[in-house]
Ligand binder design. Structure first.
Ligand code: SF4
Ligand SMILES: [Zn+2]
Length: 335
């Protein structure tokens, strides 16, 4: 195996097969990365308010904060979150200062998503000794949503829960329940790990939100749609998730571009996302959302795209499926 010099990949890199071992996969994924963005540990990457229905069906404002911090120690095949992270941890106090800044202009919002492009419970990203100060800053929120890899959810999450004034919810990337594909994603987690995590969270009164990929790498359009639906079933029936958020797998991290050249990855069509959310809402059991970021990459039809995008936003906010019109240009007929 060649060493890690990136120039070695430029010659015949289309032929480099996806490795079998996790360590080699990590090297393969990292070598293909494009440049990361420059981030400042004194400022959050993004702060905005979105509207999302709560468990009672009431539409409420959610303050969403992307903290600038060190990158996640895992290297999942489809992940591009590292682009807005650093290679070193922030200085002591930087994360609480980012949170203070983020809260300044939104005094009345009661739910917060505090995302850090990795795991809140990763000590290299968010220092455990800062949890108490962070919890105090968040004391006015009735719900605090953080994200984490399943293997980092444990005693620290319990202590953080006890320090908060509101309900703790943890968002976890379930990705897919297609086990051979899950293994290839390099997340280094099994469905059994998810089940153990969910049982622990239920006992600890911590709510679970899941992220589910629509058409993972190595899946066809049809199998991607079917596995997204099975993943919704697993999230609800086996994990007791309160939310399943459907993420169309998109390129842009280098690794997926190479898999695409090898015929092993394509983003899903818009209709697969539409049919997966319709499936989830028809079966019921938890709130289902479709991620609409960069949705234009999923269809080439500019005639029906604006209507279909708006329809998905309506579905997200109402959790109901409005009728859809047949597109005279591309023939799509959303479910
Ligand atoms: S665990 Fe999450 S943040 Fe970390 S590499 Fe995987 S998908 Fe990205
Ligand atoms: Zn169309």
């Amino acid at each position: 195996m060649p060493d890690s010099r990136p120039e070695l990949l430029t010659l015949g890199q289309d032929l480099l097969p996806y490795p079998e071992s996790p360590a080699e996969r990590t090297r393969w994924i990292k070598r293909l990365r494009p440049e990361r963005a420059l981030i400042d540990h004194e400022q959050p990457v993004a702060v905005f308010v979105e509207r999302e229905p709560n468990a009672q069906g009431e539409l409420e404002e959610v303050l969403t904060v992307f903290l600038a911090t060190r990158e996640c120690p895992w290297h999942c095949l489809m992940c591009d979150l590292w682009k807005h992270t650093s290679t070193s941890p922030p200085k002591v106090g930087a994360i609480p200062r980012q949170i203070e800044q983020a809260l300044t202009n939104f005094p009345n919002v009661k739910t917060i998503k505090l995302y850090n492009s990795g795991s809140f419970f990763d000590p290299q990203s968010i220092r455990p000794q800062e949890d108490k100060e962070i919890a105090q800053l968040l004391s006015r929120f009735s719900r605090v949503i953080v994200e984490s890899h399943p293997l980092l959810i444990g005693d620290r999450a319990r202590r953080f829960r006890d320090q908060l004034g509101g309900q703790l919810e943890i968002a976890v990337g379930l990705e897919t329940v297609d086990e051979p594909t899950l293994e290839k994603l390099n997340k280094r987690v099994t469905l059994g790990d998810f089940e153990r995590m969910a049982r622990w969270m239920e006992i600890e009164w911590i709510d679970l939100r899941t992220f589910i990929l629509v058409r993972s790498p190595f899946q066809s359009e049809e199998s991607g749609r079917i596995w997204a639906c099975r993943s919704i079933d697993f999230a609800i029936d086996s994990l007791g998730a309160k939310v399943a958020s459907l993420i169309p797998t998109r390129g842009g991290n280098g690794a997926l571009e190479l898999l695409s050249k090898q015929g092993l990855f394509s983003p899903p069509k818009l209709e697969s996302l539409e049919s997966a959310i319709a499936y989830g809402l028809n079966r019921g059991g938890c709130r289902i959302f479709a991620d609409v970021w960069n949705l234009e990459l999923l269809t080439e039809c500019s005639f029906c795209f604006p209507t279909r995008r708006e329809r998905l936003q309506i579905i997200n906010q109402t959790q109901r499926i409005p009728p859809a019109a047949l597109c005279a240009h591309c023939g799509s007929n959303p479910q």
